[in-house]
Ligand binder design. Sequence first.
Ligand code: NAD
Ligand code: ZN
Ligand code: ZN
Length: 362
Amino acid sequence: MKASVTKGLGQGFTVEEVELAAPAGHEVRVEVRASGLCHSDLSVATFIGGEFPVVLGHEVAGVVTGTGPEVTQVKVGDHVVGSLIQHCGACVNCLGGRTHICLRPEATLRSPGQPPRITWNGAPVAQGMALGGFAQEALVHENQLAVVPDEMPWAQAALIGCGVLTGAGAVLNSADVRQGESVVVIGAGGVGLNAVSGARLAGAGTIIVTDIEDAKLERARAFGATHVVNSRTTDPVEAVHDITGTGADHVFDFVGVRPVTAQGMRMLGKGGGLYLIGVGSNDAGVDVSSLVALSGSQKVQGVYMGSSNLKRDIPFYAAMYLQGRMNLDDLVSREIRLDGIDAGYEALKDGSTARVVITDFS
Ligand SMILES: NC(=O)c1ccc[n+]([C@@H]2O[C@H](COP(=O)([O-])OP(=O)(O)OC[C@H]3O[C@@H](n4cnc5c(N)ncnc54)[C@H](O)[C@@H]3O)[C@@H](O)[C@H]2O)c1
Ligand SMILES: [Zn+2]
Ligand SMILES: [Zn+2]
């Protein structure tokens, strides 16, 4: 089968003929119909690094074409969405429903003694985030797949797997935003826009979005932002305090560069929470003054995948979309071929592009 292989840091994405193993145990073979270009894959390919060569791609939707002998949760023909949340299903955190902090995520992988899932010219190829969606087919543990209704369009379905789970989940699960509360979304990209959608579902009273591109801010308004601030031209901290009067209840940082995250901290009102989602560089983070945080009873929380439970949340967001209560259509700015990933990531630099999705794997 064809897969887009990343051979090393900064080496981009090249289509190669690779081999996919037959499904064993709880593995499911998926014919990929759509695969979104999330910024995190570009970060892995450009500065975070990891195992190479690798097939990246972790926003995947497709059809089940084969199942291992122990698979019980999906069947051939099912339309499924993948998620990078690896969970064993049996540890105390999984049993408590908090699968995003599973204590044995490696239980979803092959053991070192087994042959690799993907090989290229006989040599092993790593599978990005245990999904490897930049390919015609993927071999995925059933715990990483959720079934969605057949009427879900492929590109929109794929985006649920990361951008939607992360953005909307940060608001609905991690922060548990309540009706009437104020929300700030820093960075209206493919993930941040879903935080805006999540804030609408939660009934937030004020939804302020900051970005440095007017086109992104206009789109954020269409998703439900009540106020937008261009932080290139307006001090976003002052703007948030002017709009809310008291400081924000919840600030979500989808950018992750130190000066921006520090601004997020200063936007908080009493009892407010800052949620760290974006990683813009390896030194992303924030200094917290104990005196300021304790006197305002403020908190800072790292958010992994929107604290999502994929088996519950992926079908939920699909239902919200099919009922017309969640905008996924305007996230899909462009559909590309498997060999167009480098150009697709270039296109994301243009403010008019929200998400680019591979839908042609020929
Ligand atoms: N924590 C997690 O589990 C998780 C999951 C998925 C993605 N992520 C991360 O979330 C981040 C966002 O991903 P994305 O795909 O939406 O990226 P993106 O590039 O589409 O969006 C980033 C947005 O931030 C804006 N921006 C840049 N600098 C800014 C500034 N100084 N102030 C305000 N806005 C600014 C950009 O214009 C853009 O609209 C990435 O860092 C990604 O790696 C984290
Ligand atoms: Zn992602
Ligand atoms: Zn577990």
